[in-house]
Design a binder for this molecule. Structure first.
Ligand code: LLP
Length: 431
């Protein structure tokens, strides 16, 4: 199996975090998001411990909560003692509701409105990751009105392309995020920003992309960022306290993806950082990283019930499920690969090749094309693996479909973290 929290029991049912998935589907109904809390905590500790061991004191991961946001995940991150990355008032509000210590909250986004900025400051967000000049002026003005000095990191683009999917690659010069080093604009803006009296510049941020399995793109980014930091120090005497390298380490969606040892990759990046700092005669800043999917993706699984099994003779087979792009839009958006298993027949041969189709009124509503499954019948349970990141957080009410619940599994106990939406919820805001 692609992850060690998945197995098959004596009934031939798929198990997840030690639970019989068919029993969970019966208990909670489908579609159903499952999250393995121990797996989340295991990943968080791997990052936290490796960063503490190999990087300067104060180096810490931030959970990129766009990957999975609900109150319970912020409580887990608070208990584990790591920081969070948020990108909207909605994520900030959720974290506040969960009593997350907001000094460990970083506020991202390429277009924060004045209202967003004020809301974040009023909620005591620790750091803004500023994207552009207009935003910096607005932060300075609003901080002045509120009588505070706001900690800020400046997001810069290191100008590298880690060769992932175009829509999830963000570090190149022409990206909509950040300000480019290559064009000289990042340096110019830093000079201006150092004169803004209500801003406390703490360092720089970059994010190169997602689903990266090698340390090499992070090392290249580190080199560019440290050279920039050295240039800023030489030019303006500013010493960068923090360097945030963003998120992006990959996860195994299918057997074709490599197995990745995060601690080992962090050590490789740390070795390179230490060497580069020596060469540039810099004290290594505190390093922050922003893992999203690598903390939660393989801690998640989605269960569906099979409806029709359609064999179009000589053409194609379809297995239709009671969910789809409304709860997982990733195949529709990015043609993302997934592992799909007939959970109620997990001990049977996977020799029926079919396209798993959702129930939205849209032919692109597919979860996966031409995958080999144990042939299901109506009523069988289908499991889609590695759905803990960017599934619940990207779910919609398209076709007025109610969102599934999130059930957490921990040490043999199951509990609801997010309730199933009702039809009343779906039209709850309608007048
Ligand atoms: N930090 C920043 C500034 C980011 O923009 C992102 C992701 C992350 C951290 C976390 O990246 P991760 O470790 O999760 O790869 N919806 C897409 C992913 C968009 C990612 C956007 N930014 C997907 O479903 O694959």
């Amino acid at each position: 199996m692609i992850c060690d929290n998945i197995s098959v029991n004596s009934k031939g049912h798929l198990t997840f975090a030690g639970f019989d998935t068919v029993e969970l589907a019966e208990k909670y109904g489908t579609p159903l998001y499952l999250m393995d809390e121990n797996k989340i905590r295991e990943h968080v500790r791997t990052y936290k411990n490796a960063m503490a061991e190999y990087l300067p004191e104060g180096s810490i991961p931030e959970f990129a909560s766009k990957a999975f946001s609900c109150k319970q995940i912020y409580r887990i991150m608070a208990e584990e003692g790591i920081d969070i990355d948020t990108v909207s008032c909605g994520e900030i509000f959720t974290a506040v509701q969960a009593d997350f210590p907001m000094e460990g909250c970083f506020f991202h986004g390429n277009n924060k409105t004045d209202a967003d900025i004020r809301f974040a400051m009023e909620n005591k967000v620790g750091f803004f990751v500023a994207d552009n000049g207009e935003e910096l002026l607005a932060i300075n003005k609003i901080a002045g009105e509120l009588g505070i000095k706001q900690n800020v990191l400046l997001r810069v683009t290191p100008g590298i392309d880690p060769h992932t999917h175009k829509k999830i690659s963000t570090g190149s010069v022409e990206s909509k995020f950040g300000v480019a080093i290559e064009t000289g604009q990042a340096k110019e803006l830093t000079e201006k920003l150092l004169r803004l009296e209500n801003i406390n510049l703490k360092g720089f941020h970059c994010h190169i992309g997602s689903q990266i399995f090698e340390s090499e793109p992070f090392i290249t980014a580190s080199k560019i960022m440290l050279e920039f930091i050295a240039d800023i120090k030489a030019s303006f005497g500013f010493v960068s306290e923090i360097l945030n390298l963003g998120g992006g380490f990959g996860v195994r969606y299918t057997e074709a993806d490599p197995v990745i040892n995060y601690a080992e990759k962090i050590r490789e990046v740390a070795d390179a950082l230490n060497k580069l700092c020596g060469e540039l005669n810099l004290t290594c800043p505190k390093i922050h990283m922003e893992p999203g999917r690598s903390l939660v993706a393989d801690a998640g699984m989605t269960l569906y019930t099979v409806g029709s099994v359609k064999e179009i003779k000589g053409y194609k087979n379809y297995v239709s499920i009671d969910g789809g792009m409304a709860d997982n839009p990733r195949y529709t958006l990015y043609e993302s690969p997934y592992t799909v298993i007939t959970a109620s027949k997990a001990d049977q041969k996977a020799d029926f090749v079919a396209t798993v189709a959702g129930r939205c009124c849209e032919s692109g509503d597919l979860i996966q094309e031409d995958v080999a499954l144990a042939k299901p019948d109506r009523g069988d349970i289908l499991a889609v693996l590695t759905t803990g990141a960017y599934n619940y957080s990207m779910a919609s009410n398209y076709n007025r479909i109610a969102r599934p619940p999130v059930v957490m599994l921990k040490d043999g106990a199951d509990y609801i973290a997010v309730k199933r939406e009702t039809l009343a919820d779906v039209c709850g805001l309608d007048i």
